[in-house]
Design a binder for this molecule. Structure first.
Ligand code: PEP
Length: 251
């Protein structure tokens, strides 16, 4: 059985104070959860988070990385620095980066290679816009993003990735994909991974759902057979809500 993973995407939010407040509530629940828990704060908070999570079982993620290891890339962060701060996971290709920073599939793929080369697990985000869903091109869009994101990776490196299916129309909107809609998309994503990397890798591949996950809908979403966890934005900033999401019992 695939383990469940719940990852918090704090986006450009949070503070040293939120780390303290969050861990006060979350840490006592860590012994009751079967999920792996990852917090992805803004990079300037990585050092504080690293100190705070020591010995708690909570793991550290980043929200982005540059594909190059160093150089004249003002404002960017190197994977080597992420490693220094204990980062084990990194969100890649989030729709906000694709839209606001015009990140291409090719750039996203090169970041994934850099992460894998340095032992950090990429969480590749893929998902369709409302227009694409309404026009019936959502499956093609998502599978193209998946294929392009994993293009050129060896089968063993594909094993080292996680995918988050995040329909853009559900991100931060309060509109969630229904468990059936999400499960269907996860099924076609897993089928595609099977054709790229084989059955064994596909069967063990973690596919998260993201898009307005909250306390009320976590159980129904994460109880679906193909949904292996959640990438949580807004609700991950609310200490009680995120803790309840992590502590939810799944079927
Ligand atoms: C996200 O940005 O990854 C996300 C899922 O956000 P939200 O939960 O707020 O929709």
């Amino acid at each position: 059985m695939r383990a469940k993973l719940v990852a918090a995407n704090w986006k450009m939010n949070g503070s040293v104070y939120l780390i303290e407040k969050m861990l006060d509530v979350l840490v006592p629940c860590m012994s009751n959860t079967t999920c792996k828990v990852v917090i992805c704060p803004p990079n300037v908070l990585l050092s504080s988070l690293k100190n705070a999570v020591e010995g708690t079982g909570i793991e550290i993620g980043a929200q982005n990385v540059h594909s190059e290891l160093s150089g004249a890339y003002t404002g960017e962060t190197s994977v080597k620095l992420l490693k220094e701060f204990g980062v084990k996971w990194c969100i890649i290709g989030h729709s906000e980066r694709r839209i606001h920073f015009e990140e291409s599939d090719d750039f996203i793929r090169s970041k994934i290679e850099t992460l894998i080369d340095h032992g950090i697990i990429p969480i590749l985000c893929i998902g369709e816009s409302l227009e694409q869903r309404d026009s019936g091109t959502h499956e093609k869009t998502v599978l193209t993003q998946l294929r392009n994101g994993l293009a050129g990776l060896s089968i063993e490196d594909q094993r080292r990735c996680v995918v988050a299916y995040e329909p853009i129309w559900a991100i931060g909107t309060g509109k969630t994909a229904s468990p059936e809609q999400a499960n269907f998309m996860h099924t076609i994503i897993r089928k595609e991974i099977k054709s790229l990397a084989g059955k064994e890798i596909a069967d063990n591949f973690q596919i998260l759902y993201g898009g307005s996950v909250n306390v009320e809908n976590t159980k129904s979403l994460l109880s679906m057979s193909e949904i292996d966890g959640a990438l949580v934005g807004g609700a991950s900033l609310i200490t009680d809500d995120f803790t309840q999401i992590v502590a939810t019992e799944f079927n």
